[in-house]
Structure formats: C-alpha cells, structure tokens
Design a protein around this ligand. Sequence first.
Ligand code: ADP
Ligand code: MG
Length: 155
Amino acid sequence: MKHLPYFCRGEVVKGFGRGSKELGIPTANFSEQVVESFPSDISTGIYFGWACVGSGNVHKMVLSIGWNPFYKNTKKSVETHIIHNFKEDFYGEILSIVIVGYIRPERNFDSLEALISAIQEDIEEAKRQLDLPEHLKLKEDNFFHLPEGKIVNNH
Ligand code: ADP
Ligand code: MG
C-alpha cells in the first residue's frame, strides 16, 4: 500500500465522544492539524502498526482512518487503539505511531455486536501480522527513541 510505513507523531486530543471506551475499544485521536499533515490520498480504512505514548513502551496498535462526522465527512479523522491496558487516560500526551500495514476498508455494520466482533478480528489480525519479522523490526525503529516533539514523517 502507498505511503507505508508511515511515521507520525502528535498530541492526543478529545475525540467526538462516540463512546469507543464504553465498547472497550478506546481510540486516541490526533488533532486536526496532524490529520491534515497526512497524505491526502491515503486510503480510509483499518490499519495495524506500532504506537508509543510519551517515552513509554512500544505496543501493537490498530488504527482507523475514517471520514470525520464532525465535519460532515469532508475531513478525515485518525484514531489509534493501542493493544495495551493503560491505568489512566493520556489526553495531552504525545503519541508516536508507525502505520505498518492495511487490514480492510471502512464499512458499516448492522449491529453493535457485529462492529465489536469485526474490531476484535482486526485486533487479532494486527497481533499476528506484527509478529512477522519484517513488521517486528519497526518496533525497534529509532523513531521511537527520538526526543519528544520532533515531527518525523516518512522517515
Ligand atoms: P475520545 O472520543 O475522546 O477519543 P475514547 O472513548 O475514544 O474518547 O477514548 C480515548 C482515550 O482513552 C484516549 O485519548 C486515551 O486517553 C484513553 N485510552 C486509554 N487506554 C487506551 C488505549 N488502549 N488505546 C487508546 N486510548 C486509550
Ligand atoms: Mg477516540
């Protein structure tokens, strides 16, 4: 897929309260400015990769690039679900991610159960993919060890 791997760093902001956390799948949202810095032709859909909050450990993640309902679907939103149990929220922290691969396009679901089970499958797929040596090596990338605040896209 075009543009991958894609490196990105930015502050975690409040989303539009779609209740992701209530579903057990909180998604850390990037600000509008960070989303604007993405290539405009990057496909919407579900991706997998690596993520790190502040100078913390690097964890597996699934990420959605979707159309932002707040802007009547004229702008995109980028939301990262980190596959790790955090004790506390981390709004305002710097989230560093590398988007490694694509899982599937965006789609609508008939029920909440169907949505949740699709996300669970995405998470399992991400875990499997990220264990492959070619994907595992990005976990050790220097990008995750750079001083905070430096924006490094496309490496
Ligand atoms: P919002 O609409 O504000 O994005 P969410 O319900 O999507 O609300 O929850 C996102 C917030 O939950 C993140 O900004 C972060 O502070 C917190 N959070 C806790 N655990 C995780 C996790 N594993 N992955 C992503 N965000 C998490
Ligand atoms: Mg969110």
